[in-house]
Design a protein around this ligand. Structure first.
Ligand code: HEC
Length: 131
């Protein structure tokens, strides 16, 4: 199909930001969660949140491991999971939509509700201390 160049450019400009908006970095996400939380993230609090149970059957560590620098294993399906710590998995925390989807699902499974911005900030801050 033939389209005038100016149209194609307009189409590109209209579509590009929508696609790009999902791409992010762990540092950028950290700033987003910190700002939403309104308090500085605390890595140690993140570690405790991650490794403790919250009244339910599982902790985050049940699937991701207490030290998520290595592959985890899904507690139900046995499926291997890539390490969550960004230093050990270049894909981790690089797609905002994906991160939000899994935070939503996993926080509900573990705590019965969604995680707060402060909880996400703490967990991500802790994960970034792992090297
Ligand atoms: C029942 C198993 C299970 C539990 C418990 C669990 N997760 Fe996950 N999590 C997964 C799976 C499966 C994925 C997708 C990973 C993959 O495709 O390799 C995932 C992915 C994620 C991601 C996306 C990372 C990325 O950038 O790709 C985040 C963030 C995450 N989990 C955080 C948590 C937190 C925080 C908790 C505790 C509140 C938690 N998870 C508990 C199974 C679990």
């Amino acid at each position: 199909m033939c389209m005038p160049t100016s149209w194609r450019l307009m189409l590109l400009l209209a579509v590009a930001p929508a696609v790009q908006a999902q791409a992010t970095t762990p540092a950028q996400l950290q700033r987003t969660y910190d700002a939403a939380a309104g308090t500085p993230a605390q890595p140690e609090r993140g570690r405790l949140f991650f490794t403790q149970r919250h009244g339910g059957e599982w902790s985050c560590a049940s699937c991701h491991g207490a030290m998520p620098t290595v592959a985890g294993r899904h507690v139900v399906t046995g499926k291997p999971l890539d390490p969550l710590a960004p230093a050990f998995n270049p894909q981790a925390f690089t797609d905002e939509r994906r991160v939000e989807k899994w935070f939503r699902r996993n926080c509900k499974d573990v705590t019965g509700r969604e995680c707060s911005a402060a909880e996400k900030a703490d967990v991500l801050a802790w994960l970034q201390t792992l090297r």
